[in-house]
Design a protein around this ligand. Structure first.
Ligand SMILES: Nc1ncnc2c1ncn2[C@@H]1O[C@H](COP(=O)(O)OP(=O)(O)OP(=O)(O)O)[C@@H](O)[C@H]1O
Ligand SMILES: [Mg+2]
Length: 229
């Protein structure tokens, strides 16, 4: 049976891809066929020294952590060239974001796997066009949401606002993962306690600064069993 999740964050650069890769590695270590999905990426680089195909770095990282056999085009169907807000990047590239294509891309991955982790771009309300934002896509996918809280000053407000948004969307809030961005953050433990107290969803792990996402697996592993959707 497939259990998939929409992974959002309190901001851009808070460790969504880092945590997504750790989740994929944890699931795969448990024998599950798991794949990452980055429906919309903003920011493309050419792969290799020869100016090869343009590709998003998150998509490459997710592919490396996923089960074999999934192309970058399937993992990241929409790669906008500029590393800026997606709706602006799309407008500047004269691209219309087609939700149906993005949902269909997810469904095809879901049909072939036991776990898909969908990584949003930026935070939960990042605009995609005049009407839709990232939460619209999460709603269309109908997935439980996991929130990566980038642990630094200001994270309480961002985490609580995002939790309200997830609830307002009517999506299940499956859990949150604290990712230490600033190892010297004053009162880190007290902040984590406040999050545990105020967020209704379970804490699935607190990830310290680490050399690689593979090292984060042991910080998440014990809580993954509680992700029973
Ligand atoms: N716990 C950690 N320990 C060490 N490095 C980390 C940790 N979490 C994240 N990083 C590093 O911080 C950077 C930002 O993390 P990441 O790319 O996962 O953020 P993101 O939320 O996915 O960003 P985006 O919004 O661009 O998708 C990356 O270089 C990543 O390897
Ligand atoms: Mg990312």
């Amino acid at each position: 049976m497939n259990k998939s999740f929409f992974l959002t964050g309190t901001d851009t650069d808070v460790g969504k891809t880092f945590v997504a890769c750790a989740l994929l590695q944890a699931w795969r270590a448990n024998g599950l066929r798991a794949v990452g999905y980055k429906p919309i990426a903003a920011g493309a680089e050419s792969i290799g020294d020869d100016g090869g195909a343009l590709c998003n770095e998150d998509a490459l990282r997710l592919q490396a952590a996923s089960a074999a056999g999934f192309s970058i085009a399937r993992i990241n169907p929409l790669c906008l060239p500029e590393a800026i807000a997606p709706h602006i990047a799309a407008e500047r590239a004269s691209i219309t974001i087609d939700m149906h294509t993005l949902v269909a891309g997810f469904e095809s991955l879901r049909a072939e796997t036991e776990r898909v982790v969908v990584e949003g771009a930026g935070g939960f309300l990042v605009p995609l066009d005049d009407d839709a934002d990232m939460s619209t896509l999460a709603r269309q996918l109908g997935l439980p949401v996991i929130l990566v809280v980038g642990l630094r000053l200001g994270c309480l407000n961002h985490a609580l606002l995002t939790a309200q948004c997830i609830a307002a969307c009517g999506l299940p809030f499956a859990g949150w993962i604290g990712n230490v961005l600033d190892a010297n953050m004053p009162c880190l433990e007290e902040n984590v306690s406040s999050l545990r107290q105020r967020l209704i969803a379970p804490c699935l792990g607190i990830v310290p600064r680490l050399a690689s996402s593979a090292d984060a697996v042991s910080y998440l592993q014990p809580a993954l069993a509680s992700l029973d959707y």
